[in-house]
Ligand binder design. Structure first.
Ligand SMILES: [Fe+2]
Length: 331
């Protein structure tokens, strides 16, 4: 895939002296993949080849997590970010706040302008993105989900794009500990099968930047532990076994949603706190496409109300801060 280089408004931080560690190289000859995987550090980076290797599969089975190094090229990263800039401009111009029934979330950026924080069905607005997510290099990822898995560009929430940035006066956008298994456990009192989330990461995120944190190995926990070891979306304290997922632009992660995971807000403010990711939905259930007339799901309406009230609180906090500055200046 040749990307026509495009320039995003906020290119990711790229420091030539800050290259990712080299990916793991599969041993040759006979070896026990589970033993090799067990000896690897949790921060091991893998290379995405023509197929998932035995050690990669064993690592995923053990930890519920895999990271593939720089799966998207620098040109592709820039082009995708520029495409999302364009989609944002189009949504703002048309005043659209929903795509196929899924709310699009805008907030204020550090310059005080309206800024797209999260949207679903992103690839439905960009032929480049649609082509990119269906590229042949991701075939091993699709097969990892299931032989009959497909990319649900128009199903569920479609391709979800997140762009979190923290303005000086805004609330820290975080997501407390949770699993994606709560619904199944609640209704069936049984843990579901693997729930693999596939994410692409567009920014250089070090442990000091917050971002995705996981508790490796908890994807095999039982229903009891899922319900009671933490309170979903409320517990937000550090976990002794947590691991911060460190990314370079273009990295791809696979994490099993049954494990405890959270998103920690960046302690930085302004554009230095920018963190962008894209989640690609792989679907195995019956085809249920969404359209312009799709109703907003109930959980989305609840989530939307929370996001909007947070945005209002952030705007109020900003006003108070401005007022304080004015008072200080007067004084
Ligand atoms: Fe999640």
């Amino acid at each position: 895939m040749t990307a026509s280089p495009a320039v995003p408004r906020h290119p990711p931080r790229r420091d030539p002296g800050d290259r990712p560690p080299a990916p793991f190289v599969e041993p040759v000859g006979s070896f026990d993949a589970a033993t090799v995987a067990a000896a690897l550090p949790i921060g091991t980076r893998f290379a995405l080849g023509a197929a998932i290797s035995p050690v990669q599969r064993a690592f995923l089975d053990r930890h519920g997590f895999l990271l593939f190094t720089e799966v998207a090229t620098a040109d592709e990263v820039d082009t995708i970010l520029a495409e999302v800039d364009q989609i944002e401009a189009d949504l703002l111009a048309k005043g659209e706040r929903k795509v196929y029934g899924v709310p699009v979330w805008f907030g204020l950026d550090p310059d005080g302008n309206e800024y797209l924080f999260r949207m679903g069905f992103t690839s439905a607005h960009s032929s480049f993105l649609s082509e990119f997510v269906r590229h042949g290099r991701f075939e091993p990822i699709r097969l990892l989900i299931g032989a009959d898995a497909r990319i649900g560009e128009r199903e569920k929430d479609g391709v979800v794009f997140n762009r979190y940035v923290r303005a000086a006066s805004s609330l820290r956008p975080n997501l407390a500990w949770h699993t994606d298994a709560l619904r199944d456990v609640f209704y069936n009192w049984k843990m579901p099968g693997p729930m693999l989330n596939v994410g692409l990461h567009f920014d250089r995120i070090g442990p000091e930047d917050g971002g995705l944190q996981i508790v490796p190995g908890t994807h095999t926990q039982g229903a009891w532990s899922t319900l009671f070891s933490k309170i979903h979306f409320v517990s937000d304290g550090p976990d002794r076994h947590q691991v911060a997922v460190e990314t370079w632009p273009g990295d791809l992660t696979v994490h099993d949603g049954r494990m405890w995971h959270r998103v920690v807000a960046s302690p930085k403010t302004g554009w230095a706190s920018l963190r962008r990711s894209m989640y690609v939905p792989y679907v195995c259930d019956a085809y249920q496409p969404k359209s312009e007339t799709s109703a907003t799901p109930l959980y989305m309406r609840v989530f939307d109300a929370i996001v909007r009230s947070r945005a209002r609180a952030a705007a109020k906090a900003g006003e108070r801060e401005k007022e304080r500055q004015r008072t200080l200046l007067k004084g």
